[in-house]
Design a protein around this ligand. Structure first.
Ligand code: ZN
Length: 277
C-alpha cells in the first residue's frame, strides 16, 4: 500500500481507539481474564472521570496528555463474558473477559489446626479477615507512583497466582498472590511508593504489611519474620517494609505478595512482566 494511504487509514481511526491500542499501559497490563486486569479507554475529554466496576471505584490514570484509562482488577470468581465499567456521567464501557485455567497444588501441613481451625481460631480468623478486607476496600485519591511494579525481592517464583490449593487433601481458597523463594531475613522492598495502611500478626498470613499505592491499588506482604514499618508511614518506592519469614500458615520461609485493584486480588506477575496466559 502506498505510504500516504496507510497514513490516511491511521488518521481515520477514532483518536481514542488509536491511542488506547498504542498505549504501553494497555500493551503491558491488559490481561482480561479472571484474576487479571482490564485496561479500558475512557476517552480523552475533560477532567479525570470517576469510574466503577461492580459498585467499587476503580483506578483511573492519565496517559498521553488528556487521555484517561481505567485499570480494572478482575476477581478470580468472575465469569468470562462481557463486563461493564460505569462512569459517573452515566456512560458505560463494555469489555470482554476471556477464560484462564489455573492448575492445582497439593500441600501437606503438619499442623492440622491450620487446615481445620478450632472454634477459637475461627473467631480470630473472622475478625482478622474483616480487618484485611477493610484495608483492601480503602480508596485514597493519590495516583500511583508507577503501575509497572518492581519485584519486592529478587528470587525465583515458587508458587504462582490462582492455583487451586488442597491442604492435606482438602480444598481451600485459591492462591491469591505470588510466592518468591528467598531466604529468611531477605529485605522486602515496596514495589511502588505508598502508605502503610495495615499491619498485623494473623492466623494464616502471619506478620503482614499492607501498602496503599493509591486509588485502591494495594500491595500486601505476609509471613514476615520482622516488620520494619508503622501504620501511617509514607514509603518511597524501594523502601524496606520488613524481612522474609515463615510466620502464619507457611511450610518454610518465602515472600508472599498480593496485589489488589478495586478490592479484587489480581496476578502480581502482570505488573512485573512475568504473567503466563
Ligand atoms: Zn503464597
Amino acid at each position: 500500500m502506498p505510504r500516504f494511504l496507510a497514513l490516511i487509514c491511521c488518521l481515520a481511526l477514532p483518536l481514542s481507539a488509536f491511542a488506547a491500542n498504542d498505549s504501553y499501559i494497555s500493551r503491558l497490563l491488559n490481561k482480561s481474564v479472571p484474576g487479571g486486569v482490564a485496561v479500558i479507554d475512557l476517552g480523552t475529554s475533560g477532567p479525570a472521570p470517576h469510574a466503577s466496576f461492580q459498585g467499587r471505584p476503580v483506578l483511573v490514570v492519565n496517559e498521553q496528555g488528556n487521555h484517561w484509562l481505567a485499570i480494572v482488577g478482575l476477581p478470580l470468581t468472575l465469569k468470562p463474558g462481557i463486563q461493564q465499567v460505569q462512569v459517573q456521567n452515566g456512560q458505560a464501557f463494555n469489555f470482554s473477559v476471556g477464560s484462564k485455567h489455573y492448575p492445582e497444588q497439593r500441600i501437606t501441613l503438619k499442623n492440622q489446626r491450620q487446615v481445620n481451625p478450632e472454634p477459637d481460631d475461627l473467631k480470630r480468623i473472622n475478625g482478622e479477615l474483616a480487618e484485611q478486607e477493610a484495608a483492601y476496600r480503602s480508596f485514597s485519591p493519590g495516583t500511583p507512583s508507577n503501575l509497572l511494579l518492581d519485584k519486592p525481592v529478587n528470587g525465583p517464583l515458587s508458587s504462582r497466582f490462582g492455583v487451586r490449593r488442597f491442604f492435606n487433601g482438602e480444598e481451600r481458597n485459591p492462591h491469591a498472590g505470588l510466592d518468591f523463594a528467598v531466604p529468611a531475613g531477605t529485605p522486602i522492598k515496596t514495589p511502588a511508593s505508598g502508605k502503610v495502611v495495615l499491619i498485623g500478626n494473623y492466623f494464616f498470613n502471619g506478620n503482614t504489611v499492607f501498602v496503599d499505592h493509591g486509588q485502591g491499588f494495594i500491595s500486601m506482604f505476609c509471613h514476615l519474620s520482622k516488620i520494619d514499618v508503622q501504620i501511617g508511614q509514607v514509603l518511597n518506592r524501594g523502601a524496606v517494609v520488613g524481612r522474609v519469614g515463615s510466620t502464619g500458615r507457611a511450610t518454610g520461609p518465602h515472600m508472599h505478595w498480593n496485589v489488589s485493584l478495586n478490592d479484587a486480588r489480581v496476578d502480581p506477575a502482570i505488573f512485573i512482566g512475568a504473567f503466563q496466559p
